[in-house]
Design a protein. Structure first.
Lengths: 259, 389
């Protein structure tokens, strides 16, 4: 299997870390609100795409950007990145908070998105199946909300956690609070999702305790062309928990390429 | 000049909800999410009455000031609105200074704080001083939607700018900031004291709050921080002020001290220590998460706190930790006078903020503590009979 090559670039004076693998059509992966488990689980996608995994400003190996105060600022940040990378059309995949950013980007950049994958996306207000307020989960229970399979943290999270590991998580939580402390959803997102015309795959873990799979029908009803795939026995960190998550993206791409 | 020449004693009454629930180990925290079904309004009324008696006694005993503070969602404090309490204290006292220390600016609108405080100053005929806290991390959890901890420091700084401009510059003014915008900043009434009442920044010792005190020519007070961190913050403040040509006076540094005095050291420890320990184990029972909401401290500061968790978790603190964090002065009049004089000189402070009502200490013990401190400790410090030169 291929490995990532890392590169650094500067966007608006902020240093960004970018991980790339594979060749072909560009696939931009927008991660969720944490980087602790890494992104090796995505590498199978590099067999079929030019896989691009940037760390958001304020997360992982990227620097902080105090100018980012909303999901829309992340949208503009990624418009900048696509321009610097000279990417026109692309497959866009977003997980969790990255799904929210991806949906926002796809609303304004519909013509460039050849395919969209929203994996357990954050951002829609579904009162019957509310997103758990991640900030309110007691520290000791966070891992259990993130995954149905605690072994995904093996070798990635020190046990017991070191002050450095905790401080890294605190920094990422701070970056998340910067955009999501006051609202853990975007009340106007439902109003604009119809603008997404690209074939869309809604990908979800059946056992997601953070963003319940019960939200999936609400997304499907608002999107023009959505397929769905629910992974049995899988929680919120679906790419870490199951190889089926990346495989589902490849299958979806093939189906739409053939059509 | 010796700071003891100008020393003044403020008494802070935090208005604890003094009834500690049976089997209190059921509650992981006495802040933020402590169920308010444990609050009994009739008992609450009795406690306000009791604290009113203590506040009147503080004036009668000759202390210099009464201090009132604000907290939310916690039995630590029956005072989510200290200005309401201050209005009552103004009416029930005659001469004593009153310090409201105070509304975290991010919990209100700064123009409202400016006019509310100006109202107290005019009502009291200029007896007010004000402390401006950023607010503990717990206040940000308790008021989540309105108070984003990530931008808290920036809004605090700008909010203070609004308050001071509203107090000292003629209105109406237009104010265009990053967080606040006013078309007509024009408070009625304006403060009684000119150009403005004395202010203190209430910090936790971080360089960021020290910077605010420097920028706005404010006094500075550190609360609930180990003594070495307090001293570092005072040194930082002194150095930064000097760089701007301002020489700090003793009245610019306020020391918070938990005090209990009895006839002998042994008696004081036997009587007072259980309540002081109870203060830490119950009223200061705060999970680390609630102390540091996301963005409230920097990543580096967080890592430092995570490395010294014992200090953050009062339930695991030793009596020696508590003494350093709370600046606990306990013992005979000689011992307490000596301890406070030493701390005041070491910090260059002539404003001592005393906590005298500890945890669920009965009223008669508080009265004894206040009385003995006023009659035996203050004269010793002022005349230095128990104080090494």
């Amino acid at each position: 299997m291929s490995a990532y090559s890392e590169r650094r670039l500067e966007l608006g004076g902020v240093e960004i870390a970018l991980y790339e693998a594979g060749q072909g059509e560009p696939l931009l992966f927008l991660h969720g609100a944490g980087t602790a488990t890494g992104f090796d689980s995505l590498l199978p996608l590099a067999e079929h795409f030019r896989l691009i995994v940037p760390h958001h400003p304020g997360y992982g190996a990227s620097a902080d950007d105090p100018a980012i105060r909303s999901v829309h600022d992340y949208e503009r940040h990624y418009l900048d990145l696509l321009e610097v990378l000279e990417i026109g059309n692309l497959t866009l995949v977003g997980h969790s908070m990255g799904g929210w950013i991806a949906a926002t980007l796809a609303i304004s950049q519909g013509e460039r998105i050849s395919e969209l994958v929203l994996a357990a996306p954050w951002g829609l207000h579904v009162p019957e199946h509310p997103t758990v307020d991640a900030f309110s989960i007691p520290d000791a229970e966070v891992a259990g909300y993130l995954t149905a399979d605690l072994s995904v943290f093996a070798g990635k999270a020190p046990d017991p956690p070191t002050p450095e590991f905790l401080a890294d998580r605190y920094r990422e939580l701070t970056s998340t609070a910067r955009v999501l402390w006051q609202h853990t959803y975007d009340p106007s997102l439902a109003r604009w999702l119809h603008r997404i015309q690209a074939p869309t795959l809604l990908l979800w873990g059946e056992l997601d305790r953070l963003i319940p799979v019960g939200q999936l029908p609400a997304w499907r009803s608002l999107l023009a062309a959505a397929d769905e795939r629910i992974l049995p026995g899988v929680g919120h960190l679906l790419f870490d928990e199951s190889a089926q998550a990346s495989a589902a993206i490849v299958e979806h791409a093939h189906r739409h390429a053939v059509r | 000049m010796d700071v003891l020449d100008d020393i003044q004693f403020y008494v802070m009454n935090c208005h604890h909800y003094a009834d500690i629930p049976a089997h209190d180990e059921r509650f992981a925290s006495s802040w933020v999410d402590m169920p308010n079904s444990e609050f009994d309004p009739v008992r609450g009324h009795e406690m306000y009455e009791r604290y009113s008696r203590e506040l009147k006694l503080i004036e009668e005993l000759g202390y210099d000031a009464i201090a009132l503070n604000e907290h939310h969602n916690t039995p630590f404090s029956l005072m989510p609105a200290p200005s309401v309490r201050a209005g009552h204290v103004i009416a029930s006292t005659d001469r004593i200074k009153i310090m409201v220390a105070g509304v975290p600016l991010n919990l209100s609108m700064p123009n409202r704080v400016a006019e509310e405080y100006a109202m107290l100053d005019v009502m009291s005929g200029g007896r007010m001083e004000f402390g401006f806290p950023l607010g503990t991390g717990m206040e940000y959890w308790s008021n989540a939607a309105q108070m984003d901890p990530v931008t808290a420091r920036a809004r605090f700084r700008e909010g203070l700018d609004v308050v001071l401009k509203a107090w000292t510059e003629p209105g109406p003014q237009r104010y265009e900031g990053e967080h606040f915008f006013y078309r007509y900043l024009n408070i009625w009434p304006r403060p009684y004291q000119q150009p403005r009442p004395k202010i203190y920044i209430m910090g936790g010792g971080s360089p960021e709050t020290v910077d605010v005190a420097v920028e706005f020519d404010a006094g500075y007070s550190v609360v609930f921080t180990p003594i070495p961190v307090q001293l570092r913050a005072f040194a930082d403040l002194r150095e930064k002020c000097a760089a701007r040509g301002r020489e700090l006076a003793g009245e610019d540094i306020m020391l918070t001290v938990m005090a209990y005095v009895a006839d002998t050291d042994a008696e004081a420890e036997r009587e007072g220590r259980p309540y002081m320990e109870r203060f830490f184990s119950w009223f200061h029972r705060v999970p680390p998460k609630y102390m540091t909401p996301p963005g409230y401290v920097t990543r580096a500061n967080f890592e430092r706190l995570a490395s010294t968790r014992a200090l953050a978790d009062a339930q695991e603190s030793s009596w020696e930790d508590m003494r350093a964090i709370g600046r606990i002065a306990i013992g005979s009049p000689d011992t307490v006078a000596e301890t406070i004089s030493h701390w005041a000189r070491e910090a260059g402070s002539s404003r001592i903020m005393l906590n005298m009502t500890h945890a669920n200490m009965p009223e008669e013990m508080t009265v004894k503590n206040l009385t003995l401190f006023a009659s035996e400790v203050i004269p010793r410090i002022r005349t230095r009979t128990a104080v090494a030169p």
